[in-house]
Design a protein. Structure first.
Length: 308
C-alpha cells in the first residue's frame, strides 16, 4: 500500500528561536522547510513546488510578511498558495489588512503549542481538500490528463515566460486516426480504453515541470514542451509508440491498428494576447496537413520564427 506523502509547510520568521520552536512543534504533522526572511522565502517557494502552506511572520526586516504575500498573489504560479500569518499584533486593523490581502488566517504570539498544532492540522486538511477540488476541476476524468481549461491557462503562461526568456515554444496537436470508425466498430468502452492507452504514452513525454500533456477534446491531445531541443524526434517516437500498441483497428484506412496524426510547431512568441491563439492555429494547420497527406505521420513547422 502506497503511503500518502507528507504535506510541506514553509515557516518564515526572522527569529531563529521562533522558527525552531514551530518546526519542532509541527515535525510530526508535515514536512517542514524554513526561511529566515522574505527574499529567501520567495526563493524557497520557487524551488520547492511541494510547499502547500506558508506560516509567515508579519514583522520582518527589509521585506514584511505583507509585502511577501503581495508578491505571491501577483505571481500566477503562487497566487493560490495558502498563507497563515504569524503575528504579535492583536489590533483588529492589522488582522484585517492581512485577510484583505488574501491570508487564510492568523496565528498570534506567544505561540500556544496545543492550539497551534490543532489549527495547523485543520489548515492542512483544508488545503488538501482545496487541492483535490482543483485537481478534479482541471483534469479529464477519462484519461487523467489535464483538461483544455488547464491547458489554455498553461499555454498563456508559457507564452509570457518564453517571451521574457527569448526561448522558443514547442506545441503539438495529436489526433487519433479514424476514431469515430473505431467507436462504431468496437464500441465506446473499447474506444475509451484506446484513448486511455494513447494518453499514457502522450503523458510519458511530458517529463519536465513546465511540460504539459492535455486532452484537448474528443480524440485530440496536445503537448506543450517549452525549450525541448529534440521535438521532432520525440513526436516521431510517440507516433511509433502508439502504432506499436497494436490496438486492432480494421476500420482504419491507414493501418490495421490504432495510429495518430500530429501537427506541430516550434516558434518564438511575444507577450501579445494573440500569441497563444496563433500557435494553436499553426499547430492545427499542420495537423490538417498531416491528415491530408495520409495520416499516421508528423507534420512540423520547425522554424523558430514569430508565431504572432
Amino acid at each position: 500500500m502506497t503511503e500518502t506523502p507528507q504535506q510541506t509547510v514553509l515557516i518564515v520568521d526572522d527569529d531563529r528561536i521562533s522558527r525552531t520552536m514551530l518546526a519542532e512543534l509541527l515535525k510530526d504533522e508535515c514536512r517542514v522547510v524554513l526561511a529566515k526572511d522574505g527574499a529567501s522565502a520567495l526563493q524557497r517557494i520557487e524551488e520547492d513546488p511541494d510547499i502547500c502552506l506558508v506560516l509567515l511572520d508579519v514583522s520582518m526586516p527589509e521585506m514584511s510578511g505583507y509585502e511577501v504575500l503581495i508578491k505571491l498573489r501577483g505571481n500566477p504560479l503562487t497566487a493560490d498558495l495558502a498563507v497563515v500569518f504569524i503575528s504579535g499584533f492583536t489590533e483588529e486593523e492589522n488582522e484585517e489588512q492581512g485577510l484583505q490581502l488574501g491570508a487564510l488566517d492568523y496565528v498570534f504570539k506567544p505561540i500556544r503549542p496545543v492550539t497551534v498544532r490543532a489549527r495547523i492540522r485543520n489548515y492542512l486538511k483544508l488545503v488538501a481538500q482545496r487541492r483535490e477540488l482543483q485537481r478534479l476541476a482541471s483534469h479529464d476524468g477519462l484519461t487523467g490528463l489535464v483538461n483544455r481549461r488547464y491547458f489554455d491557462e498553461a499555454l498563456a503562461l508559457a507564452c509570457r515566460q518564453a517571451a521574457r526568456r527569448g526561448e522558443p515554444l514547442n506545441l503539438a496537436m495529436i489526433d487519433v486516426d479514424y476514431f469515430k470508425q473505431y467507436n462504431d466498430r468496437y464500441g465506446h468502452p473499447a474506444g475509451d480504453e484506446a484513448l486511455r492507452q494513447v494518453a499514457r504514452l502522450v503523458q510519458r513525454h511530458a517529463r519536465r515541470p513546465d511540460d504539459v500533456a492535455a486532452r484537448y477534446g474528443g480524440e485530440e491531445f496536445v503537448l506543450l514542451l517549452p525549450g525541448q531541443p529534440d521535438f521532432g524526434a520525440l513526436l516521431e517516437a510517440l507516433r511509433g509508440e502508439v502504432q506499436a500498441l497494436g490496438l486492432e483497428h480494421l476500420s482504419s484506412k491507414v493501418a490495421p491498428c490504432v495510429t495518430i496524426s500530429v501537427g506541430a510547431v516550434t516558434a518564438t512568441v511575444d507577450e501579445a494576447e494573440e500569441a497563444a491563439a496563433a500557435l494553436l492555429h499553426r499547430a492545427d494547420a499542420n495537423l490538417y496537413a498531416a491528415k491530408q497527406a495520409g495520416r499516421n505521420r508528423v507534420v512540423r513547422d520547425g522554424a523558430a520564427e514569430p508565431a504572432a
